[in-house]
Design a protein around this ligand. Structure first.
Ligand code: HEC
Ligand code: HEC
Length: 246
């Protein structure tokens, strides 16, 4: 590439960068101008309000945590895989890990409220941090982990132990003995194992919700897929399939 082409390319890149950074700031300022009578107040909560939320909405993105068996991840590992991307730096007004100043008032809302906000979403905070495969308990563990890092005394919901010590292995076995008959090839519209596009919309309300639907049955999916063992075992099989949807 000649020198002049290179500098032309650079100025195009510069223009694009200016547009990427400039347009949202411009929109924010315009929104601010029309929504506030008292001029521009950059220090207020509007930075975490709708304007920011709209820009941060994960558009069709499905993040999947890939360490540790599904459903069994600790608060720390969920934090490190998902939540850190905003909560490590305080992106968009996210309360920073270990920063008591930004956490104390939130901790005062109580664990149940914080967990509900983390599961359902709260302003610029996306539901489940944008990772729909997380179970409610996994999100709660991450909330406890983050709260405790700022001085709270929350208890992480326990990770199943003992007989169900390795639900991932059990789940895989049940899948291979039964669910594979339909989910292996996609019989009658069954979402195929490992098919992210087929699983994505089913996981939009979280893994727990998809599992509850599977337990009840849905169209050609018989209740529990015809499995005669416990709900927990069915859940392990479903979580195995969900963990492969990436
Ligand atoms: C895309 C960025 C982003 C990710 C990823 C993210 N958060 Fe947040 N989170 C935020 C923002 C921004 C806020 C502040 C929202 C507000 O107060 O308006 C927030 C606030 C919270 C709060 C406080 C809610 C309240 O009621 O004050 C909790 C709890 C929380 N997040 C948990 C989590 C957990 C758990 C994860 C990972 C599973 C996570 N977040 C991932 C951006 C994020
Ligand atoms: C006889 C075929 C069949 C078997 C066996 C089967 N499934 Fe399904 N399953 C389906 C079909 C078909 C759907 C899609 C139903 C629809 O959306 O109309 C489905 C959907 C699902 C869903 C998604 C529910 C939702 O929210 O959309 C889960 C979870 C699931 N199956 C789990 C399992 C598990 C775990 C097993 C094994 C224990 C299993 N299935 C065995 C046919 C089957």
């Amino acid at each position: 590439m000649s020198g002049s082409n290179a500098s032309a390319a650079k100025s195009v890149v510069g223009l694009i960068l200016t547009a990427i950074v400039g347009i949202p700031v411009f929109i924010y300022l315009v929104v601010k101008l029309f929504t506030s009578g008292s001029g521009i107040d950059l220090g207020s909560n509007t930075m975490t309000g709708e304007a920011v939320a709209a820009r941060l909405q994960p558009i069709g993105s499905v993040k999947i945590v890939d360490s540790a068996p599904p459903g069994q991840r600790s608060g720390k590992s969920v934090y490190e895989a998902i939540c850190f991307s905003c909560h490590a730096t305080g992106l968009a007004g996210a309360p920073k890990l270990g920063d008591a100043a930004t956490w104390t008032a939130r901790i005062g809302k109580g664990f149940e409220t914080l967990a509900k906000h983390a599961i359902e979403g709260f302003n610029a905070m996306p539901a489940r941090g944008g990772a729909p495969d997380l179970t409610d308990d996994e999100v709660k563990r991450a909330v406890a982990f983050m709260g405790n890092a700022a001085g709270a005394k929350f208890t992480e919901p326990p990770v199943a132990a003992g007989a169900a010590a390795d639900p991932a292995t059990k789940g895989k076995e049940i899948y291979a003995s039964l669910c594979i008959n339909c989910h292996g090839t996609g019989v009658a519209g069954a979402p195929k194992l490992g098919d992210k596009a087929a699983w994505g919309p089913r996981l939009k309300d979280g893994a727990d919700s998809a599992i509850a639907i599977g337990i009840k049955g849905l169209n050609a999916m018989p209740p529990k897929g015809g499995y005669t063992g416990s709900d927990d075992e069915f859940k392990a099989a479903a979580l195995y399939m969900i963990s492969q949807a990436k």
